[in-house]
Every structure is written in C-alpha cells, then in structure tokens.
Ligand binder design. Structure first.
Ligand SMILES: [Zn+2]
Length: 79
C-alpha cells in the first residue's frame, strides 16, 4: 500500500473532547487544549480532506455545532 497525498484530518481529543486538526502523515498529535498526546492513526478522524481550506471550514462548523450542543445541555440543566 502506498501513501496517497497528504490529507488533513479532524480528530477529537480522546481526553478532553476538543476538536483539533492533524496531518495524515504525522504519527501523533498533541492536543492544544489539554496537552494530551495521542496517536493519529489510533484515533479515527471525524472528517478529512485534501484541502486545508475545506478542512478548516468543516472544523468551524463542527466547533459551532459543539458549542450549540453544550449550550443546550446547560439549558436543560437550568430547567
Ligand atoms: Zn485534549
């Protein structure tokens, strides 16, 4: 099996749950939020793309969806 073009992956930190970008050719990624080091290949990406612009757009959408979800959770707790 030969390595295809480099892809940009969106992975979720297995420790703190924050979304982060990783490159498909890097073996590990340190979470910018909690510093947890995880193996990129061991963590299935939520999304991937060959275009850095596209993957950033997807990351932005996922992050705002995450924020909405946590706001909803807070609302439910308040009720
Ligand atoms: Zn983390």
């Amino acid at each position: 099996m030969s390595q295809k073009a480099k892809r940009y992956l969106i992975i979720r930190c297995e420790k703190c749950g924050k979304l982060t970008l990783a490159h498909s050719n890097s073996a590990s990624r340190t979470c910018p939020s909690c510093g947890h080091r995880q193996r990129v290949l061991a963590n299935p990406p939520i999304a991937s793309s060959e275009s850095p612009e596209e993957v950033r757009k997807i990351l932005g959408l996922l992050k705002s969806a995450d924020q909405r979800a946590s706001r909803n959770k807070d609302l439910r707790k308040a009720i």
